[in-house]
Design a protein around this ligand. Structure first.
Ligand code: 48F
Length: 261
């Protein structure tokens, strides 16, 4: 007696294609596209989806989580400064108190729980997909993103003429970390000037990142370490509270903007 019931190869293929096509069609025009599935992007997407917003994460890697799996120096302890441990409480992530103001948690635990929270909230995810360009409307307002499969960028030069596709959205969030890919694309097009992030100053940078999280350009919100790059703020070091709170703030700003429309 076999353990599993029958499903032939073509049935399995059809199941994959049908679900993927359904999602792709539904999310080709969405409320918010979040470029980058690191801690700030996951947090923003989760908060948006919990508020009934159609949120789509574009992630170039197979895996989500960005730098949240590992703390500093390839050591997988994550640190957060108070009051960000309250977000860990909310996500059901266990942590330990290192001092009155600093808490530690294992990267794999924190990261997998945050990914699960985003997925369970209803966020859609396109992984192995790279942000390539912006869709620009009147007065250079962002109207969506141009994307391609990540492996296309690794193809030999003679076969790289694989056209991308575009996805429309009411808002785009740049959560691509230090690279600030969406913001840099606007700089490349002469729309923005990007100062780049400054030297490290943990105690200044966390507050500054959260304070500056928000619109960088019409249609474009910036969160996480992309905020440092966009506004020339100090870099942060391996502490993650500001990534979670910046994502949360980005989601709040997006919600307020969407309510006006
Ligand atoms: O770098 P990342 O974790 O960004 P974050 O949310 O958090 C920063 C911290 O991890 C850490 C820090 C704070 O202590 O300094 O660095 O700001 O995640 C960025 C995600 O964006 C993806 C990338 O693979 C990663 O998962 N990403 C970057 N460029 C692209 C992209 C792109 N062109 N298309 C799609 N995804």
């Amino acid at each position: 007696m076999p353990i599993f019931e029958k499903a032939s190869e073509s049935t399995v293929t059809r199941a994959i294609v049908r679900q993927f096509s359904k999602d792709m069609e539904e999310y080709s025009d969405t409320d918010v596209i979040i470029v980058g599935g690191g801690p700030s992007g996951l947090m923003a997407a989760r908060d948006l989806a919990l508020n009934g917003i159609k949120a789509l994460i574009i992630e170039r890697n197979n895996y989500l989580g960005g730098g949240f799996w590992i703390g500093g120096f390839l050591m997988n302890t994550i640190t957060v400064r108070a009051p960000a441990q309250k977000v860990l409480d909310e996500l059901g992530i266990k942590y330990e108190k290192f001092s009155n103001s600093l808490f530690t948690t294992p990267g794999p635990l924190a990261c997998s729980k945050l990914i699960a929270a985003a997925c369970e909230s209803g966020v859609k995810i396109l992984n192995m997909v790279m942000f390539d360009d912006v869709v620009l409307r009147e007065k250079n307002r962002i109207g969506g993103v141009v994307v391609n499969w990540t492996p296309v960028s690794a193809l030999p030069r003679q076969i790289t003429c694989v056209d991308p596709v575009a996805l429309e959205s009411k808002l785009v969030i740049d959560a691509t970390g230090h690279d600030a890919e969406v913001v840099h694309k606007l700089e490349e097009r002469g729309v923005l000037k990007v100062p780049g992030f400054g030297g490290m100053w943990v105690e200044q940078s966390e507050d500054a990142v959260v304070e500056h999280s928000g619109f960088a350009h019409p249609g474009l919100i910036v969160i996480g370490m992309a905020v440092s790059t966009t506004f020339g703020l100090p870099r942060m070091g391996p502490t993650f509270g500001a990534m979670l709170l910046s994502g949360r703030k980005g989601a709040q700003i997006a919600l307020e903007e969407l309510k006006k429309r």
